[in-house]
Design a protein. Structure first.
Lengths: 307, 344
């Protein structure tokens, strides 16, 4: 998957027909159950392949929390965010030939669809895939959602030319307002993916090591989320312990596209201040705060990385 | 005589020049008489060729001025004290700290002096390896480097000479021999030997940080492995890391990169990377569904480490059983003639 290029005219046309005039999250995301094409169970691979249109493809996975009130994030992405994200990535070129995959993240303990995965797409098909996601509004009282299920899927079930041909990692962002789950059980991995693991469970650190072999990993905490408003210290601590400087705190969820683009820019060598200043008005401050702790990967000299 | 494309593809002075200053000078003049850009219409390509000739000549003279020469399977080095040393080698490789040369019974590392701290660290870690008792020492000592010489050269390099059993071959050469895909039954015993060593390192409270196909050697006749290289980066578990090769950095997770603290998990991940590499794809993607490789083995090398080395070894034993049933000695029919026949 991943042929074609993003086209704003195609977006306008799609948006007019499928999104504009719809009032609520559930109007835009009309599915009331898991679409079989988004079910990760027994999926061998989602592929991000180079093509004539996209000769140097870069996979970008965006995992959206679709529990409780977090559906507003997916809603905003569908209404305006995706167009902004795609346009800015093409204009600013922090990475080449983006292939975007969305994931819907629920709670494996409570929800009927704890993980949904689209294809990697480069053109308007990604908007169509996105709006197939079932916004379950679920989750439970366990203080966390299944933010690490995308790490297993990305680590074991994606096949990306960017990595295979060029040895370059893709990017995975998970987004939500709750804590990082400490473990995923063997039975949960079997249930969601149909995969068998040797141990009874895997910790978040284990899953992070797995996905980090192929992806640069980030988590974006939505500060406006309910859980984050009531238990901010617990949320931040749980993520900082796992991801350190790769945790990005976002105070305005409508600026999610700008934050993703900025992160890609900084990771690819651009100056944090210059990147922040490139956004106007309040966006500048929001992005500046969100990326202030982000640090670059170490540079190697003749294959040696010194610490 | 060489043609222009052959010259442009050359890397080492000995490919173009003889290891004697006077002869090399004549060879240099003769080459420029043929390849000087003023003598040719297609001057861009000849400019590059002349530049390459000059570059290799400069390097040749520098080597010879310092009493050194490398070529035709022989490395000659003069120490800063004037002592001359020479060694026959089967193959040479560049690595992140310099170069190394694999002979029949020795490995010679030629390391840039700016990396002396890594060299000193390696020697210190090797010297201080501990053993519970003589039985353990007898079993494990042979798997680790025995440093026979260390000296500096006039041209700011450090030489480390390490003994190697004659029937021990680097995994890199083994992989080349098998055309980048080692039969999976052999990979299994190679990984077992690596887990054995990982347990020993854990007992020594060490994070090696350099376990790779460049640094690991196997003895096909004994089905054993020797960790002879990569000790430059070894630190105590929970100690501050000094550095790693780019290849190992790429499998470090964000928390490892952020903490920079020695952990057995990195060594165990490096072993799985070796598994993937030997099976034919270091990314672990091309091996999926390969009918030559048992599925439990594929899942294992593609998966992730979740335990300490001892627990990891127990799980690994289960994987072997699921893959092949009971253990069986599979002969690996390799010798140095097969391995190095076309190397030099």
């Amino acid at each position: 998957m991943g042929t074609g290029r993003w086209d704003s005219k195609a977006w306008d046309s799609y948006s007019s027909a499928a999104i504009k005039g719809k009032k609520t999250v559930d109007d835009v995301f009309a599915a009331r159950s898991l679409d079989p094409t988004l079910n990760p169970y027994k999926v061998s691979f989602r592929e991000s392949c180079d093509s004539t249109d996209n000769p140097n493809s870069t996979p970008i996975i965006i995992g959206l929390d679709v529990t409780g009130s977090m559906g507003i994030i997916a809603d905003n992405i569908a209404r305006v965010g995706l167009e902004k994200l795609a346009t800015e990535v093409y204009n600013r070129k922090p990475v080449s030939d983006p292939h975007i995959m969305f994931m819907g993240i629920g709670d494996v303990k409570y929800d009927s669809a704890p993980l949904q995965v689209t294809q990697f797409e480069a053109d308007i098909r990604i908007a169509k895939e996105l709006t197939k996601i079932y916004v379950e509004h679920g989750g439970g009282g366990n203080n966390s959602e299944s933010y690490t299920l995308p790490w297993w899927f990305a680590g074991m079930h994606t096949k990306c030319d960017n990595f295979i041909k060029r040895g370059k990692k893709g990017y995975i962002f998970t987004i939500g307002d709750e804590e990082c789950p400490k473990t995923v059980l063997k039975s949960e991995i079997e249930k969601i993916f149909g995969d068998t693991i040797q141990t009874d469970s895997m910790t978040a650190q284990d899953l992070l090591r797995l996905v980090s072999k192929q992806y640069e990993v980030f988590h974006i905490i939505i500060e406006e989320g309910n859980h984050m408003r009531y238990q901010p210290n617990e949320v931040i601590k749980s993520w900082n312990e796992i991801l350190g400087q790769r945790v990005l705190k976002l105070s305005d969820y409508t600026k999610l596209p700008e934050l993703i683009v900025s992160t890609l820019q900084v990771l690819n060598g651009e100056n944090k201040d210059i990147v922040s200043d490139s956004w106007d008005g309040s966006t500048n401050l929001i992005i500046r705060n969100a990326i202030k702790e982000l640090i670059l990967n170490a540079e190697d000299v003749n294959g040696l990385v010194k610490f | 005589m060489f043609n222009i494309d052959e010259i442009l593809g050359m890397k080492y002075p000995n490919e173009l020049f003889t290891g004697d200053k006077d002869i090399a000078k004549k060879e240099h003049i003769n080459l420029l008489k043929i390849f000087h850009p003023d003598l040719h219409k297609d001057s861009e390509k000849y400019k590059e060729a002349a530049s390459k000739i000059n570059e290799l000549y400069t390097e040749a003279i520098k080597l010879l001025d310092n009493g050194n020469w490398i070529g035709d399977g022989l490395i000659k080095i003069t120490s800063s004290d004037g002592e001359k040393y020479s060694m026959k080698y089967n193959v040479q490789y560049s690595f992140e700290l310099g170069k190394y040369y694999i002979g029949n019974r020795s490995i010679l590392y030629l390391i840039d002096k700016v990396h002396l701290n890594f060299v000193d660290n390696a020697l210190d870690r090797i010297k201080n390896l501990k053993y519970e008792n003589n039985n353990m020492k007898f079993e494990f000592e042979k798997y680790f480097p025995k440093v026979s010489r260390k000296f500096e050269t006039k041209d700011e390099k450090v030489v480390i000479l390490i003994e190697k059993p004659e029937d021990a071959y680097s995994l890199k050469d083994i992989l080349n021999y098998y055309g980048n895909k080692v039969p999976s039954r052999h990979v299994t015993w190679i990984l077992s030997s690596l887990y054995n060593i990982a347990c020993y390192l854990y007992y020594n409270n060490l994070s090696h940080n350099g376990i790779s196909i460049d640094n690991y050697y196997i003895s096909p006749s004994n089905h054993s492995g020797l960790l002879l290289g990569g000790w430059w980066y070894t630190v105590p578990l929970d100690g501050k890391m000094l550095g790693v090769s780019n290849e190992i950095y790429n499998i470090m997770s964000p928390d490892m990169i952020s903490n920079k603290i020695g952990t057995f998990l990195l060594d165990l991940e490096s072993i799985r990377l070796i598994g993937r590499t030997l099976l034919g794809d270091k990314n672990g993607i091309a091996i999926i569904g390969d009918p030559d490789i048992p599925e439990p083995l594929i899942d294992w090398v593609r998966g992730v480490t979740v335990n300490n080395p001892i627990e990891e070894y127990k799980l690994w034993e289960k994987v072997i059983k699921e893959s092949y049933g009971e253990r069986k000695f599979i002969e690996m029919n390799i010798d140095k003639d097969k391995l190095y026949s076309n190397k030099i």
